[in-house]
Design a protein around this ligand. Structure first.
Ligand code: NDP
Length: 483
């Protein structure tokens, strides 16, 4: 039996062959009309029951996540809390966001009534990463289900059992009817899912894999949501509450041992307060412990090859003149990496330009907040960002200038704990949104139905229109809009 202290498995998943993937998609397709027929109220009831079951058995899920990822108990507990929070919101708000609504036909077509509905796409394929094996998939899975779709989930090959646990618990509350199917395996299973006859793919993972997913989906014109990687930056203004900023920076950079897509990897701090900020960051980060036990703050680095990326970024930065304020290459003791804080790192070095995905924080001093914004935006990624300043209105105006999908003012990663807030990035970080109303609409097709209530006196859209109709219409439009 696997326990939370076993090393995380490498490539444990048994590979689903293309035939298995096709069978799962077909089974999901068969289950879809019945699930859709439950309506919003029926699906809400089932999803709420699933949420309650997950919470009743949350210790089981925490242990499973820990066994597959090696994360600390608190990191796993936080993940389960977020699962419940998002699932419950999605179930509660699907009817309001996706339900039938009337739309004004406008003056020219006033004789029509219009209704807009959001119909399910059919079967949605969800491809997930290993770093949050329950929380990340639950966003697209719950939104797709709430909208009346059924789902085939391909978890990371490192976390198949978490995916299977989600499938089994949902089947318990749907009376054995599988509306969520799981196919396991490596990238070839993911590719097979992209090429199967699914109606949309929601992909979360690295930007490089995202490109392969899009290429595979292109053959069938299957639409995609891409939630790619990130290189999130924090801007610290001279008037910031430095204590709060340092506390937030250390948590955002080190939680889940730095393996968070919206984890903090860069800080741009205004020169006047840079030394004090660095001192506070270093003091807090130095107190963190790695390990598997209950006292640990940072668990393992899950992917062995990520250790090489971390070592390369740190080594390259130091060779190019960066200062190791805390830790350094010696902090890398597989499977753990203790917190590393680097200062004065060249902006064109890999530690600044590429996703490190480990507990490494780059802190660079800048002349002004404007300078900080410019450097933060110089990245190809654009996922999350944060701003610390005591002037909240200034914080919001800085946020507006940051090229990022989500920005927190005087907090970090706050948006991830808010189920109503759309989540997603720009550029290398991808496109499309999960969470919130946008995330719900992402897995539906919008249909507009117009119905003529009575025949109008003027009928411009007929070859049998009267000779005076078009001049009268042009006169009317000029009167209305020509000023
Ligand atoms: P990968 O890109 O390696 O894998 C993501 C998923 O895609 C896995 O299930 C993987 O399978 C699968 N996959 C691999 N190759 C293919 C393919 N050719 N076609 C279809 N699917 C494929 O990412 P990681 O699992 O390593 O996750 C870490 C990355 O995810 C980081 O870059 C991180 O920033 C990003 N991420 C982004 C988030 C966001 O919301 N924007 C959230 C969380 C993470 P397998 O694992 O079996 O190889």
């Amino acid at each position: 039996m696997t326990t939370a202290t076993d090393p995380p498995p490498a490539a444990r998943a048994t590979t689903s062959r293309t035939g298995d993937v096709t069978a799962a998609v077909e089974a999901a397709r068969r289950a879809q009309p019945g699930w859709d027929a439950l309506g919003f109220a029926g699906r809400r009831k089932a999803l709420n029951a699933w949420c309650a079951l997950i919470l009743r058995r949350s210790d089981e899920l925490v242990d499973l996540i820990r066994a597959e990822t090696g994360k600390t108990a608190d990191d796993a507990r936080l993940e389960v809390v977020l699962v419940a929070h998002h699932l419950r919101w999605t179930a509660a708000h699907a009817a309001r966001v996706l339900g039938r609504r009337g739309v004004s036909p406008g003056l020219l077509m006033f004789n029509h009534a219009v209704e807009v509905t959001h119909r399910p796409l059919g079967v949605v394929g969800v491809i997930g990463p290993w770093n949050y094996p329950a929380f990340i998939p639950i966003g697209p899975v719950s939104a797709a289900l709430a909208g009346g779709n059924t789902v085939v989930l391909k978890p990371s090959e490192l976390t198949p059992r978490t995916g299977e646990w989600l499938m089994a618990t949902l089947a318990e509350v749907t009376g054995g009817t599988r509306v969520l199917h799981v196919v396991t395996g490596d990238g070839t299973t993911g590719e097979a899912l992209c090429r199967a006859a699914v109606d949309k793919i929601s992909f979360t993972g690295s930007s490089a894999t995202g490109r392969r997913v899009m290429a595979a989906c292109a053959d069938n014109l299957t639409p995609v949501v891409i939630e790619g990687g990130g290189k999130d930056a924090m801007v610290v203004a001279a008037d910031a509450d430095l204590d709060a900023a340092a506390d937030a920076a250390v948590w955002a950079a080190m939680t889940n041992a730095g393996q968070t897509c919206v984890g903090l990897e860069r800080v741009y701090v205004v020169d006047a307060v840079a030394d004090r900020f660095l001192g506070l960051v270093t003091e807090r980060a130095a107190a963190l412990r790695t390990g598997d036990g209950p006292e640990a703050d940072l668990g393992r680095i899950v992917l062995p090859r990520q250790l090489d990326v971390i070592a390369t970024h740190v080594g390259d930065a130091l060779a190019r003149g960066a200062r190791a304020v805390l830790g350094g290459p010696q902090s890398i003791t597989p499977p753990y990496v203790a917190p590393i804080v680097l200062a004065d790192v060249p902006e064109d070095s890999a530690a600044v330009t590429d996703e490190t995905f480990g507990p490494v924080l780059v802190v660079n001093r800048v002349a002004s907040v404007e300078d900080a914004v410019e450097r933060a935006n110089a990245s190809g990624y654009g996922l999350g960002a944060s701003v610390f300043t005591r002037d909240r209105s200034r914080g919001r105006s800085v946020a507006a200038r940051l090229r990022a999908g989500m920005v927190s003012v005087n907090a970090v990663i706050a948006f991830a704990g808010m189920p109503a807030v759309p989540f997603g990035g720009v550029g290398e970080s991808g496109f499309g949104r999960v969470h919130g109303p946008d995330g719900l609409r992402e897995f539906t097709r919008t249909q507009a139905v117009t119905s003529q209530r009575f025949r109008p006196l003027m009928q411009p859209t007929s070859f049998r229109r009267r000779p005076g109709t078009m001049p009268a219409l042009v006169r009317m439009v000029r009167t209305l809009y020509g000023r």
